[in-house]
Design a protein around this ligand. Structure first.
Ligand code: PLP
Length: 410
C-alpha cells in the first residue's frame, strides 16, 4: 500500500480480523473485558502467547483498528493510542526517563507539556535542560550520558518557530539520543516524521484527526529507528532492539498509568483519519491566505505563518512540509493587549475558544488564557507575549473569515 495516496492508504486499511457481520465501519467494542473458553486460553492471552484482548485498559479491538490506520497514515512501525495528547506525551517521557536522567527540550511548549517537564518530572528526579533549538551547539552541549531524549514541538505554539529536525537529528544520532517530537500541529499528510529523523512522534489526536473536535485523544508513533540498547532504562529488556520502547510502554507504563483511550473515541477518530487530508489542506490553505492578507493591514503589527516570505523559518518549513502549507495555525500581533481583547470581542463568525484544528475557526489570547496562571518569569521563559492572538483556521469559506477579521480590526 506504500504506493497509494495518503487518503487511499487509510481508507483501504482493513482490520486484522474481518467483522463478524461485515460492518463497513469497524464497530465500537464497548466492553471492559473479553471472555475465553478455557483457563489455558485466558492464561495464554495474558502471557502474550495467544493473540487476543483481555481487558480494555490494556487493548481493545476498536482502539487496535485506529492504531492500525495510524500506522498506515504515518509509516510508523508501531502505534499506541491513549486518552489524550497529554497522556501520549507523559507516557512517552515516563517510558524513557529515570531518576537522574535529563531531557533536552525547547522551552517553547504547550503549557501542560512545559508543566510536566518543569514540575511533574522534576519532582521525580528527571531534569529538563531547556535549550534554544535554533542553536545546534547549545543542543550538543546540553547532552550528556544521562540524556534520555531530545524533545520539541514541530511548530511551536504560539510562536511558530521550527527546529531544523534533520540537522538536530545528526547530532542526536552521533550522541545516541532519541528524538521525540510533538507533531500535533502538522499531521502525517503534511509532514514525513521518519524522513526528518524523528524516532518517536507524540500527538494530540483531539486536533485534526478527531474530525471536528469530537473527542480528546492522543497517540505515540514509534518509527523503529532508535537503538534502545543505548537507553540505560530500556537496554536490558528481553526483546529485540526496535521493540524495546513499545514493550516498556505497553507492558508496564501505559497499563500502570491507565490513561487508556475510550473505544467510542477511537471509532470517531478513526473516521476522522479518513477525511484528514482533505480537511488539513483546506484549513492550511486558508490559514496561509489569511496570514498573507492581514500582514499588510494597518492595524496589524505583524502576521505570522511559517511559509510567509517574512518568516525566519520559511526555509526550514519548505524543507519539512508539503505544498507550501505548514498547518492551520497563524498568529497576529496587535498593538496592545487591549486591542487584542477588543478584536476578540468584535468577532462574529470566529469563535473565542481554545483548542486547535476544529472545523470551526477559533481565536484566543494565549497569554491570559492558556498561560494565564503562569508567573511572569515562566511566561518569559516560554516566550508568551500579551499582544498576540492565535488563530486555528477551520473549514468556513475563507472570504467570510477575511471579512470577519477585517470588521473586528476597527
Ligand atoms: C501542541 C500540543 N500538544 C499537546 C496538546 C495536548 O493535547 P490534549 O489536549 O489532547 O491532551 C495540545 C493541546 O492543545 C497541544 O496544542
Amino acid at each position: 500500500m506504500k504506493d497509494t495516496g495518503f487518503s487511499t492508504r487509510i481508507i483501504v486499511t482493513k482490520y486484522a480480523k474481518p467483522d463478524a457481520h461485515g460492518a463497513i465501519n469497524f464497530p465500537i467494542y464497548k466492553t471492559a473485558a473479553f471472555e475465553y473458553d478455557t483457563a489455558e486460553h485466558i492464561a495464554a492471552a495474558f502471557q502474550n502467547k495467544l493473540a487476543g484482548h483481555t481487558y480494555s485498559r490494556i487493548t481493545n479491538p476498536t482502539i487496535a483498528e485506529f492504531e492500525q490506520k495510524l500506522k498506515a497514515a504515518s509509516g510508523a512501525e508501531n502505534a499506541m493510542v491513549l486518552a489524550s495528547g497529554m497522556a501520549a506525551i507523559s507516557n512517552a517521557f515516563l517510558t524513557v526517563a529515570y531518576a537522574g536522567a535529563n531531557i533536552v527540550s525547547s522551552p517553547r511548549l504547550f503549557g501542560n507539556t512545559f508543566s510536566i517537564l518543569k514540575f511533574t518530572l522534576e519532582a521525580f528526579g528527571v531534569e529538563t535542560r531547556f535549550v534554544d533549538t535554533d542553536n545546534l551547539d547549545e543542543i550538543a552541549a546540553a547532552i550528556d550520558e544521562n540524556t534520555c531524549a531530545f524533545f520539541c514541538e514541530l511548530i511551536t505554539n504560539p510562536h511558530l518557530e521550527i527546529a531544523d529536525l534533520p540537522e538536530i537529528s545528526k547530532i542526536l544520532r552521533a550522541k545516541n539520543v532519541p528524538m521525540i517530537v510533538d507533531t500535533t500541529v502538522v499531521p502525517p499528510c503534511g509532514f514525513d516524521a521518519r524522513a526528518a529523523g524523528v524516532d518517536i512522534e507524540v500527538l494530540s489526536t483531539t486536533k485534526y484527526i478527531s474530525g471536528g473536535a469530537t473527542s480528546i485523544g492522543g497517540a505515540i508513533l514509534d518509527y523503529g529507528t532508535f537503538d534502545w540498547g543505548k537507553n540505560k532504562k530500556l537496554a536490558a529488556l528481553p526483546v529485540a532492539n526496535p521493540l524495546k520502547f513499545m514493550f516498556k510502554l505497553r507492558m508496564e507504563i501505559a497499563r500502570n498509568i491507565g490513561a487508556c483511550a475510550a473505544p467510542d473515541t477511537a471509532y470517531m477518530q478513526s473516521l476522522g483519519l479518513e477525511t484528514l487530508e482533505l480537511r488539513y489542506k483546506a484549513m492550511s490553505r486558508s490559514a496561509y491566505e489569511l496570514a498573507k492578507h492581514f500582514s499588510a493591514h494597518p492595524k496589524v503589527v505583524k502576521a505570522n505563518y511559517p511559509t510567509l516570505e517574512t518568516s525566519p523559518y520559511k526555509a526550514i518549513a519548505d524543507k519539512l512540509f508539503r505544498d507550501n502549507l505548514a498547518g492551520a495555525m497563524f498568529t497576529l500581533h496587535l498593538e496592545s493587549k487591549a486591542a487584542c481583547y477588543q478584536f476578540l470581542n468584535n468577532l462574529q463568525i470566529i469563535r473565542r475558544a481554545t483548542n486547535m484544528f476544529d472545523n470551526k475557526t477559533l481565536a484566543i489570547h494565549p497569554e491570559s488564557t492558556i498561560y494565564g496562571t503562569f508567573s511572569a518569569e515562566m511566561k518569559q521563559v516560554i516566550g508568551v507575549e500579551d499582544t498576540l492572538i492565535r488563530f486555528s483556521v477551520g473549514l468556513e469559506n475563507v472570504a467570510d473569515l477575511k471579512a470577519d477579521i477585517e470588521k473586528a480590526l476597527v
